[in-house]
Design a protein around this ligand. Structure first.
Ligand SMILES: Cc1cc2nc3c(=O)[nH]c(=O)nc-3n(C[C@H](O)[C@H](O)[C@H](O)COP(=O)(O)O)c2cc1C
Length: 207
């Protein structure tokens, strides 16, 4: 039997309800209800998000879930002023970071070539950082979908002092913050007006 004789594998298609939850009706929340987010919900978010693809399966994304009053106080002083109230109100706030030493885990996450990849990256500090930033951004998109898939609203925010957050939470580690994501159930008047999306004719080409 040749390859071409094989039946193609039929992949599932996300139904309308799923498309609404993840894409077409999903919104960025700006206020949050006083409803707790459970340990199980946060665990589910990572359990889904970790399936994101990444270059050489390197998976540089890291997450700090901030939930206590003390943790929130430490975080919000590094946020832009206009972003503080949202994070104080959200029951959980994820500080997304990338690990600039992600290459250390290559033997585990890419067993076939991990030792070689770890050695190749060992003295490539700049390249590691740019790869970590790029791939963690990709993983972050999947993380936001995972929040939605867990029945929660996400509020991503880049308006914060990254160096300040790193000093506050990640001093002496290889984690570098890149995004703060408020997580919870939407509160009063949670959405800004929906902004237009780029239509296919302006964004998509075919060759
Ligand atoms: C990388 C990134 C940075 C953002 N930074 C902020 C921010 O600092 N403050 C804020 O209020 N919203 C921020 N947003 C939210 C966006 O403005 C919002 O997701 C976008 O307007 C789409 O809104 P919608 O999902 O409701 O359609 C950010 C979103 C992303 C993905």
């Amino acid at each position: 039997m040749s390859l071409t004789d094989r039946e193609p594998q039929a992949l599932d298609v996300l139904d309308d309800a799923g498309r609404k939850v993840l894409f077409t009706e999903a919104r960025t929340a700006n206020t949050f209800a006083e409803v707790a987010v459970s340990d199980d919900e946060l665990a589910l978010i990572w359990d889904l998000a970790r399936w994101s693809p990444s270059a050489a399966n390197g998976q540089p994304l890291r997450v700090l879930f901030v939930r206590t009053d003390e943790g929130k106080e430490r975080l919000v002083r590094h946020l832009d002023e206009g972003n503080r109230a949202k994070s104080l109100q959200a029951p959980a706030v994820a500080v997304l970071a990338y690990d600039v030493d992600f290459h250390e885990q290559m033997p585990t996450v890419f067993p076939a070539r991990g030792d070689m990849l770890r050695a190749a990256f060992a003295d490539q500090t700049e390249k590691r950082e740019s790869l970590a930033a790029y791939n963690s951004a990709l993983q972050t998109g999947v993380f936001l979908l995972a929040v939605r898939a867990a029945g929660l609203a996400a509020g991503p925010m880049a308006g914060f002092d990254r160096a300040g957050v790193d000093e506050e939470f990640f001093a002496g580690t290889s984690w570098r913050s890149h995004l703060v994501v408020n997580i919870g159930h939407p509160g009063a008047d949670p959405w800004f007006p929906r902004l237009p999306r780029v239509p296919a004719e302006d964004a998509v080409a075919y060759a």
